[in-house]
Design a protein around this ligand. Structure first.
Ligand SMILES: [Zn+2]
Length: 673
């Protein structure tokens, strides 16, 4: 019921914000009955994600989404090949065994084999997606031989060695220069015998320091030695990975024909040109056109994008993400943008440090419709591209957060942690009803209003120079405090941005629960809090707790029950007053560049962890048995076509098992195997 009220309140906002240019019906599909979790193995949990409001798209837009997801999947094998030279062969062998074996499957050896194969699928290869270390099979080499014998699958001896010998290809990317960055990395970017020094020298000769628009040298090529001479093996149709890229181009070509507008079509044509020729100039042209194409409802990331899999940081990993604008979130952001000055004027900060004319920061929330390569099954939750700094400066960039992915993350993990750490049933119920809205409001205000607010005192340098190493945690804290202050403001209810102040209360509950307890799960015992966001949550919560402790009737306090620690808020209005007080001080610190005060806050309240509480949090979360890493299964888009093959409609369907999806992908998109 509450959700319906929320939506109809939003409908008002939608119609006022988009009355002229975007007449669409509000979407009300709910996730009731949707099962997020699909599988668990090793340290991984596999989740499904929904594509909310897909039916709101026009037929042409649906077709565009379909073609783009196909283009993404068509290149899936490239990521496997890039991650290591034996990956595709090992996958083939294991998948053949998995599908052909008729014997006993209820013993631990078979289960260990199945887990190993799922680990390969999760990381697109034999190395862990996060730690970079090689997966160690928990079944014996003898058992593997038995499986090979019974299924008559052939596996070369050197491949067996790669699987079982821990000293062969132990890590994907070596980050310790003293061990040899290229020499010691198993990633498949460098041909036999190429040294780090040779690879570095190859590009040094190309890069000209005076070039203000440098090409992304090496982004789409391996380095190989031919007759003792180093040269590039370029990823392109007719070149390296050509078989897969042909298919990618086939689908991009179809996408280009149903593009939403000219800018999008131009960008797609540049991308096709890049894949056809391998020309780095085409890659830059594509990125420029892509950065400019901001008008459509559909967007995509496609190419050799992130360079962290290359120990030298040049080669891009194949990646594809298809995005649909989140209309609801966009409407919310737009209302905030329109009222940015109201937020600035009504903030508890000193008048001297307010902007006379504030402009909200454009920030986009999108829903993912499909991912591939580097972005699947493990996915980012936000992306900021293009990577080339000069393109960002001259032509702009796009920053998106992947709303439905974050949603799936939250909902799948939610109840266990919530039930364990929430103070009482009221808090649990509030989080269930309003937690999602609270999270979205917080993110929107943090990004659109928080970072945009406030100004420096005349003559004071930017925070990076004055607050130095504390600049980022102070800035993140400042944006959080703006969000925390306003999420309890009745005006937001009046604007229809949220159904009631219960959303604000849910946000406060969650903020303390996370900042003082739950987030400690991510640290090992004895570690201090380093990461900027974790740190700002800690200093905000600890500072407010200290202030509250001085009140005769503390508005928020630590409660101990049955040997467990909880946080109880008894007076939300008063907590808001304390947030206001801290926001005022943090704005002053920023505006005046007060390094010592920043240090006092961030170090004094945000760094140290109470060892006893930390141990308790670790014990409590361990019992919940929630795997630390999530992977994602894509929905399957099924087109309906007419007699001529034109798409009439596209249905969103979900597969019931991770293994089935991975086997289907290898079968349908195994263009390099
Ligand atoms: Zn931020």
């Amino acid at each position: 019921m509450k959700k319906l009220i929320f939506l109809s309140a939003l409908a008002f906002v939608l119609s006022s914000a988009f009355a002229q240019e975007k007449p669409y019906t509000e979407c009300q599909d709910s996730d009731e009955g949707f099962v997020y979790e699909a599988d668990r193995f090793a340290d991984i949990r596999i989740l499904r994600y929904r594509i909310p409001c897909f039916d709101q798209l026009s037929t042409k837009q649906k077709a565009l989404v379909y073609y783009l997801t196909q283009a993404g999947l068509a290149g899936r094998d490239i990521m496997w090949a890039q991650n290591g030279q034996y990956n595709l062969e090992i996958r083939n062998v294991c998948e053949k065994i998995y599908t052909q074996y008729q014997g006993e499957t209820k013993n631990t050896q078979w289960r260990a084999f199945e887990t190993y194969l799922k680990q390969l699928w999760m990381s697109n290869g034999i190395h862990h997606h996060y730690s970079n270390l090689k997966h160690q099979p928990q079944f014996s080499a003898e058992y593997f031989d038995k499986l090979l014998n019974e299924t008559k699958v052939v596996c070369k001896d050197n491949i067996k060695k790669v699987i079982f010998d821990p000293t062969v290809a132990p890590r994907k990317v070596e980050k310790d220069a003293s061990k040899g960055l290229v020499e010691n990395s198993a990633v498949n970017f460098y041909g036999k015998g190429i040294t780090t020094a040779e690879a570095l020298a190859y590009y040094e000769s190309k890069i000209k320091p005076e070039d203000r628009t440098p090409l992304s040298y090496g982004i789409n090529a391996d380095l190989v030695k031919v007759d003792g001479k180093i040269q590039e093996d370029v990823y392109k149709v007719g070149g390296k990975y050509g078989k897969a890229l042909e298919q990618v181009v086939y689908w991009l070509d179809k996408a280009e024909k149903v593009a939403e507008n000219d800018k999008q079509a131009v960008a797609l044509r540049k991308l096709i040109l890049f894949y056809n020729t391998g020309d780095l100039k085409a890659w830059d042209d594509f990125n420029i056109q892509w950065a400019r194409a901001t008008e459509g409802d559909i967007d995509f990331i496609h190419g050799f994008v992130e360079v962290y899999n290359d120990p030298l940081g040049n080669r891009g990993s194949y990646e594809a993400i298809v995005e649909i604008n989140d209309f609801e979130a966009s409407a919310r952001m737009q209302t905030m943008m329109d009222n940015a000055q109201w937020f600035e004027d009504n903030s508890p900060t000193d008048k001297a440090y307010k902007k006379d004319k504030v402009v909200g920061i454009t920030y986009k929330v999108v829903n993912v419709a499909g991912e591939s390569g580097d972005a699947n099954p493990s996915t980012p939750i936000g992306v900021n591209l293009p990577n080339a700094q000069w393109i960002r400066t001259m032509h702009g960039s796009k920053s998106v957060s992947l709303g439905n992915i974050e949603d799936a993350n939250n909902k799948a993990g939610g109840s266990g942690i919530l039930n364990e750490f929430a103070h009482d049933e009221e808090e649990v119920q509030r989080a269930i009803k309003f937690g999602e809205a609270a999270g979205k409001m917080h993110t929107a205000m943090h990004e659109v209003i928080g970072h945009a607010s406030g100004k420096l005192k005349d003559g004071v340098a930017p925070s990076s120079q004055t607050l130095k190493e504390y600049a980022s945690t102070i800035e993140e804290g400042r944006a959080d405090l703006v969000a925390l202050y306003y999420v309890m403001d009745p005006q937001l209810v009046e604007w229809g941005l949220m159904p009631s102040l219960e959303v604000g209360k849910a946000e406060y509950d969650g903020y303390f629960r996370n900042g003082l307890l739950v987030q400690l799960r991510r640290l090992k015992l004895g570690e201090e809090i380093e990461e900027a966001h974790m740190r700002n949550r800690a200093w905000i919560c600890n500072w407010v707790m200290e202030q509250a402790a001085q009140e005769s009737n503390p508005c928020v306090q630590v409660v101990n029950r049955d040997g467990k620690t909880f946080i109880e808020i008894t007076n939300y209005e008063q907590v808001r007053t304390l947030f206001a007080k801290l926001l005022k001080e943090v704005q002053r610190i920023t505006s005046e560049g007060d390094y010592r005060a920043a240090q006092k806050l961030a170090d004094g309240y945000g760094k140290k962890v109470n060892a006893k509480i930390h141990q308790e949090v670790l014990n409590r979360s361990e019992k919940l048995n929630i795997p630390p890493y999530n992977g994602f299964m894509n929905p399957v888009l099924v087109p309906e076509t007419d007699a001529k093959g034109n798409i009439k409609d596209v249905q969103v369907t979900y597969m019931d098992s991770f293994a089935k999806q991975m086997l289907m992908y290898s079968e349908q998109y195994g263009h390099l195997k």
